[in-house]
Design a protein around this ligand. Structure first.
Ligand code: UT7
Length: 310
């Protein structure tokens, strides 16, 4: 009886087009110093579609895993920016990758990749053998480029992994999924509209809900913050990451940060940071990884993973 899952390959994709803080300063009343000091972001990638970025990251993940695409029996795509309202973007991605399997989208905003990863484990525990989990967003398509309060933050990207069923309990040791819909007015976009955000209020709540969620996952795993070799937080704002890690008691040397290069890519943010750390050799067999995100909804999600080299 299979009960768990294990990542056997991963891939990421960023659009070619780069927007620096100076590029933004030419478009609106802002400047590199303000953006750097208040957010930590220096540049971000924009362009492409959610399906095209998903296909690119997934192809890399499948190639690294060295598996036949036909062996994938479920595809979970986390996105808050689907190509179209109907059908799910996962259908487009499935067809482009040549898969024949169950495929669906998950929208839990910036917590979405962790949601998708946990959902995939649920499916592996009831008989699926191999899952493809993708987190992709193209927030530049729903950004109001005249609003300096949001345009400096959001960007596009994708991260994907192949997760195999295991005969043992696998690498997911603890998880937490949460949402508080009463706070939806803090961060939203109407259908066809652009993002509206109460940045200060999101900031204030983000730190608390990330810390709470991380504690819940660690408690489920029977572990403490000192066991965490690498914390992979949602890449929203360097000050949010600093504050959350300080409250958790995890030093920044044990935290994965890529947002200076990527901006806030929502569903892609955690996989971009996690797989960047893995590609840089920052993860060893048996390391405890804590992924923790928050987002519109207001959602929160965390997962404690025992890293296994594929
Ligand atoms: O995935 C979840 C997504 N959302 C988030 O994580 C957002 C969380 N919030 C944030 O990251 C921050 O609240 C922001 C980066 C959005 C804003 O930073 P802040 O430190 O909260 O700035 P603020 O809104 O309080 O603005 C401070 C000042 C204001 O000027 P005054 O009133 O002090 O004269 C703003 O008008 O900075 C001004 N300002 C800017 N100046 C230059 C606001 N945006 C900009 C800008 N460039 N882009």
């Amino acid at each position: 009886m299979t009960t768990g899952g294990r990542i056997i390959g991963w891939g990421t994709a960023l659009p070619d087009k780069v927007l620096t803080n100076d590029d933004l300063s030419a478009m609106m009343d802002t400047n590199d110093q303000w953006i750097t000091e208040r957010t930590g972001i220096k540049r971000r990638h924009v362009g492409g579609s959610t399906s095209s970025l998903s296909v690119a990251s997934a192809q890399r993940a499948i190639a690294m895993a060295g598996v036949d695409p036909s062996s994938i029996d479920v595809l979970v795509l986390s996105t808050t920016t689907p190509d179209r309202t109907v059908p799910a973007t996962s259908a487009t991605v499935q067809n482009a990758l040549g898969l024949r399997c169950g495929a669906f989208d998950v929208n839990a905003a910036c917590s979405g990749f962790v949601y998708a990863y946990v959902i995939a484990h649920g499916l592996l525990s009831i008989g699926a053998k191999r899952a493809l989990v993708i987190g992709t967003d193209t927030l530049s398509r729903i950004t109001d480029w005249s609003d300096r309060g949001t345009a400096i933050l959001f960007a596009d990207g994708s991260g994907a992994c192949v997760v195999d069923a295991t005969a043992d309990s696998g690498q997911l040791l603890g998880w937490d999924l949460d949402a508080d819909g009463s706070l939806e007015h803090l961060l939203y976009a109407e259908v066809g509209g652009s993002i509206h955000m109460d940045g200060k209020e999101v900031f204030r709540r983000a730190v608390r809900i990330m810390v709470d969620s991380a504690h819940k996952s660690l408690a489920k795993a029977g572990l403490g913050v000192d066991d965490v070799a690498l914390c992979v937080p949602h890449q929203a704002n360097a000050r949010i990451i600093d504050a959350a890690c300080r409250q958790l008691g995890i030093p920044l040397e044990r935290t994965a940060v890529v947002l200076h290069e990527t901006g806030n890519t929502s569903s892609a943010s955690i996989p971009l940071a996690l797989f960047d750390a893995a590609d840089r050799g920052r993860l060893n067999d048996g390391d405890i990884v804590l992924m923790v995100g928050f987002g519109a909804g207001m959602t929160a999600a965390s997962a404690v993973v025992e890293w296994r080299k594929p």
